[in-house]
Design a protein around this ligand. Sequence first.
Ligand code: CA
Length: 237
Amino acid sequence: MDPRILIVEDEEKLARFIELELAHEGYAVRKAADGRTALDMALKDDYDLILLDIMLPQLNGLEVLRRLQQAKQTPVILLTARDSVMDKVSGLDAGAIDYITKPFAIEELLARIRVALKHHRAPQDATGETNAQGAAEGVLTWQSLVLDDRKKKVTVSGQEIALTNREFTMLKILLENRDIVLSRDTLLERVCGYDYIGETNIVDVYIRHLRAKIDEAFGLKMIQTVRGAGYVIRAEQ
Ligand code: CA
């Protein structure tokens, strides 16, 4: 069955654009243009994922998220405005699994949706796949690299490597978003926190450390720089 996605967005043109793109990708899409309708729809039907704008008429997105979370665990990706740092924090605190900042490239949204659907399959999906994934929960692998989030342990070809907390967090974020290019700003926010006020080149410093400990130490080329865009872990290109 095609994954069911609910788009909650009051900007009609944007909602329509996302709807067409998602339908083209084979998702079963429905739309809501205000918070109250969205909450009703989300409570009544089961969706695999909800894309939720924050600034909405009637009931704002955060309120929709809070009320929804009291009833069920539908994964939610927030659509936020560039300058609303507090919204992102509150949204993630309220249980959103991810957010994307408007304006965004549709390719990034599609990539985040794929990641979300892969990692947050709804429990009503009784294919057994959910359980199989659950067994390896917290373990991320890529080629010879294994990151165990619960044991806070990283190995390359079975050899353990020592990372600082922030290096570990950055590697984890890169692995969770494999094949998605993450900007310095995104990495900075996620690794150092939303309220970090320091040098933004701290991201490059951690990347350099990770490369020294993983790529250079093992003759690999996992962590790639995409000029003008950011960093990504993916197969060599
Ligand atoms: Ca809006």
